[in-house]
Every structure is written in structure tokens, then in C-alpha cells.
Unconditional design. Structure first.
Lengths: 265, 178
């Protein structure tokens, strides 16, 4: 048999492949050759191939191969780092700008606390709950700026703060406590209750409102406590407002995760 | 055809669950290929482990799950080729394998002695063995083999034809009753 034909019938996967390799027209033109010359050998080789392929696959597996593989894979979890996961680095200029913005915010916030003192009861429970839901959806994650000073006012360290103006309510602030909590500010003019959604209880934090408020910048009275993994920060314009809060028997705010009331458990 | 892709509705391989599915479904094929390529169980197990670790890292590259088997077998082969490279084993060949004159009558798969076929494959020079096993395991065409190994098509055709012929000769000789 011609060597070219012989190689072709060895490497062809099927008849179509074989015809393509040989270039059937050229092959048919070869004197003394026709398809029957190679069909028999081709069929025998195809049968051989099937038997060999099956035999090659027939391998005895080591014991517990799959268990070993699973164990190996579980100890080698890939760490996929996407650009979004990379920690954001700030240069000196950005830090200065952020600091300036934070200072402006603080100043404005303090001014707001001092200048607009009205009665706590001007905001209803339903309004607070409604704003809480709206505001939670309105946080622009790209608008965070560093906010280090806040930790002087409350016992939970705030890392960043953002302020936005949802169309439903102008004054809205949210604080970021790292990966464990976010705060949503319920504004009752100059009286506020922050509800902080915490993933776990904050160590050494009271489980009921302190009877004596702390004094914060701007002369506000503050109290911090926690209940059912929700940290409450009350910022009252006056000490009397704070005492009024403690004497309130009904629920004064609801976040959907917990309630803020005098009788916290 | 024991190792053809069987599950065309396999889930998208994006999770550990899907990696587990790959292990369950293809570890046998991966190990068998590694065993035939390397010629021994220890290296085959190492190749299998390397393959699935690489698969774990590159799982996102597998977009078409119906190609999972060929994707994994390509990883096995590449791991094996890298190992050859480390050991400075050349894929050049000066072997003078000849094709048999007559094609012997086929034998059934069950009649092929496992030790004999293993020995025959192991005796082939790596340059022939890799081509032969890509043909049988990966279902690769001679053109695909040439492209994957970066060899001339004619070289692959010649090596494949001679390797197959050689294998048949040895298996036939082993089956001849004394």
C-alpha cells in the first residue's frame, strides 16, 4: 500500500477525515487505485482504535483518590483579587482635601445642633422608621470621607461619615464603623438617635441608656447603649431633652432591626 | 468510548460546588491520562493533583462546561510536558519505528492484556507517546496535535501512524498463542 494512503488511514478519525486527507479527487486519479483498496484496512484500524482506547482508559485508581483531591483542594482555596478588592490608597493631597471636608462637615453639623433646637417629639415614630428605610437605600457608597473626630463624641469609633440629601428629607447622615456597623441618623431637628446595625455586641457598652448623659462638642448631651446588636447613640440638644428621652415610655425610633425606647431589654 | 464528555448540562463552573462536580466526574479520566503519560502511579497521582489545583485557580476560564473534560486533559498534558522540560527530556525523535506491512486483525478490548499495553506505551519514546495518547485520550485530530505541540503536521502524521502501528504489532505479538 502506498505510504501516503497508509498514513492517512492511520491518522484519520473517520471516512470524511480520510477523504479530506487524501484529497479524494487526486486519489481517484491515481492509476490502479480505488476506494476499496483502503476501505478494509481503514475499518480494521478503526476497530483496533476503539479497543485500544477503551483499554487505555481502563486504569485501576488509587484508593481514596477523590477524597485526597478534595482535601488538597480545600486546603488551597484560590484568592481572587479583583481591582475592586484592592485597598484604596490616598495620597497626601487627597487626605488633606478629605480632612478639610470632614472639618467643614463637623463645623456645619455642630452649628446645626446648636442653632436648631426644637422639641424632640416633633418627629413621630413612623416618620423615623420611614426615613430610616429610605436613607438606608440612599447611601452613596462612593461618598464616604474619613471621619476620625467622631470617636471623641461616642464610644464606638467611627471611621467614615457621609452626608447626603435624599429627596424626601434633607438632613441625613450615615457613619461607617468599619466592617461591623453602619449608622443611620434619624433627625428630629436638634435631637437625634443614631441606630447602628452591629454584627455583634460591642464590648463594655451599656445595655440600657445611661442615666447621666455625656457632654459632646457643641454642648449636646449624648448617650450610647446597645440592644440586640443595635447600638443607639442619642444626641440631644439639651440635658433636659436627654432626660425626656429616658422618661419616654413609647418607642421613639425603629430601624427595622431593633427599636429605640426607654425600656430597652 | 469511555471518557467522552457525557454531561452537556453540567452547571456553570463558578463555585466550589462545581469544582466538586469536576472532581467527581473527571478524576478517573484525569488520573488515567496521567498514568498513561507518566507510566507510573506515583507520578500519575501528582499530575492529577496538580491538574485539579490548576483547575481550581483557573476555573473562571472554563466557560463551556461541555468542554470540561478536554480542558482538564489539556492541563494534565501541559503539566506532563512541563515535567519533561524540567527533566530535559526532548520531544525530538530519532526513533526508527516502522509501520507493519499488513494490518493485523483487530482484537476485542477485553483481550488486550493490561500489563502488556502499559508496557508497550511506556516503551515508546516520549515524542511518540504524547502524540499517541493525545489521539486516544483527548480525541485530538492530527492537526490539533500539531498545533498544540507546535510541530509540523507531517511530523505528527508520521509519528502517530508509526506509533499506532508499533503498538498494534506488540499487542498482536503478545496475543499470539505459543
Amino acid at each position: 500500500m502506498d505510504r501516503k494512503i497508509r498514513i492517512a488511514i492511520e491518522v484519520a478519525r473517520n471516512e470524511q477525515d480520510l477523504h479530506q486527507i487524501l484529497g479524494l479527487d487526486n486519489f481517484a486519479a491515481t492509476p490502479g487505485q480505488d476506494a476499496t483498496d483502503y476501505q478494509g484496512p481503514f475499518d480494521r484500524i478503526q476497530t483496533w482504535d476503539a479497543a485500544i482506547e477503551s483499554s487505555l482508559a481502563n486504569v485501576e485508581l488509587p484508593s481514596n483518590l477523590q477524597a485526597k483531591l478534595r482535601n488538597s483542594l480545600s486546603q488551597s482555596q484560590p484568592t481572587l483579587v479583583t481591582p475592586a478588592d484592592k485597598p484604596k490608597r490616598f495620597n497626601r493631597r487627597q487626605l488633606l482635601a478629605a480632612g478639610g471636608i470632614a472639618a467643614s462637615l463637623l463645623t456645619g453639623y455642630s452649628w446645626y445642633l446648636v442653632s436648631r433646637r426644637t422639641d424632640w417629639n416633633s418627629v413621630t415614630e413612623n416618620q423615623l422608621a420611614h426615613w430610616g428605610r429610605l436613607q438606608r437605600q440612599s447611601v452613596d457608597k462612593n461618598a464616604w470621607i474619613p471621619f476620625a473626630q467622631a470617636e471623641q463624641d461616642v464610644t464606638v469609633p467611627i471611621k467614615r461619615v457621609t452626608s447626603s440629601a435624599p429627596q424626601y428629607y434633607q438632613q441625613f447622615h450615615a457613619a461607617d464603623f468599619g466592617c461591623t456597623a453602619h449608622a443611620f441618623l434619624f433627625s428630629g431637628n436638634d435631637n437625634y438617635v443614631f441606630a447602628l446595625e452591629a454584627q455583634q455586641a460591642v464590648p463594655k457598652l451599656a445595655s440600657s441608656p445611661p442615666t447621666q448623659p455625656r457632654r459632646a462638642s457643641g454642648g449636646s448631651a449624648t448617650g450610647v447603649w446597645q440592644s440586640q446588636n443595635v447600638v443607639y447613640v442619642a444626641v440631644m440638644g439639651r440635658t433636659s431633652d436627654y432626660r425626656h428621652l429616658l422618661n419616654t415610655t413609647s418607642t421613639i425610633a425603629s430601624t427595622g432591626y431593633g427599636e429605640c425606647s426607654r425600656n430597652v431589654s | 468510548m469511555a471518557f467522552r464528555p457525557q454531561d452537556h448540562s453540567a452547571p456553570s463552573p463558578n463555585t466550589a460546588f462545581e469544582l466538586e462536580a469536576l472532581v467527581s466526574q473527571y478524576s478517573r479520566a484525569v488520573y488515567a491520562y496521567g498514568f498513561r503519560l507518566s507510566g507510573n502511579a506515583v507520578d500519575a497521582e501528582d499530575l492529577t493533583q496538580q491538574t485539579f489545583l490548576l483547575a481550581q485557580q483557573k476555573l473562571h476560564q472554563l466557560r463551556d462546561t461541555s468542554r470540561a473534560r478536554s480542558w482538564l486533559l489539556a492541563i494534565v498534558r501541559n503539566c506532563f510536558l512541563q515535567e519533561l522540560k524540567k527533566r530535559r527530556v526532548s520531544l525530538e525523535s530519532d526513533s526508527d519505528l516502522q509501520m507493519e506491512d499488513d494490518i493485523p486483525d483487530p482484537v476485542a478490548s477485553a483481550e488486550i492484556d493490561q500489563e502488556q499495553i502499559h508496557q508497550c506505551i511506556a516503551e515508546l519514546a516520549p515524542a511518540f507517546r504524547i502524540v499517541l495518547l493525545m489521539y486516544y485520550f483527548e480525541q485530538a485530530s492530527y492537526k490539533e496535535i500539531a498545533a498544540q505541540l507546535d510541530l509540523p503536521v507531517g511530523t505528527v502524521m508520521s509519528r502517530l501512524a508509526r506509533a499506532k502501528s508499533q503498538l498494534r504489532q506488540k499487542l498482536t505479538a503478545a496475543n499470539v498463542p505459543e
